[in-house]
Write a protein that binds this ligand. Sequence first.
Ligand code: HEC
Length: 124
Amino acid sequence: MKKTKIFALAMVVFALCLTLISPVMGQKKSTGKKGGSAASLGVKIFNRECTACHPGGTNTIESEKTLKADALKKFGFTSVADVKKRVENGAGVMPIYKDTLKPAEIDAVANYVWTKSQKNGWPK
Ligand code: HEC
């Protein structure tokens, strides 16, 4: 009799643990799943948020301020951290993203832009 009670109690505790854990696991799945790596998250965010004004690393609004290495250097972007700051805080017409994108998304898109520029990866 006692054993069944302990078993039942254990099952309740076990079920409780599952309910507590599953939302956390679900969340992880939804951020990590599509695209998988941070690099592909960067592409995804760039295509969704940035191509309107920066197609192929250009700038349709202020044509000098492209995402290419020479322009970035000229306008004071010396590392991925500088790109990240610009994405977080925007500038002029460029929107502020720190409230709409998650930190991981900002990281990913800044890394994508920086890597593309440094590898001369934008279309000529
Ligand atoms: C509504 C148009 C618009 C969108 C959308 C936009 N930008 Fe911009 N971006 C601009 C403009 C305009 C500038 C120039 C701002 C300035 O310095 O006055 C700029 C500048 C930049 C610069 C600095 C370039 C340089 O050579 O000075 C970076 C880096 C950048 N954007 C990255 C991004 C990223 C990454 C995204 C997407 C998360 C994005 N932008 C979305 C309009 C936009």
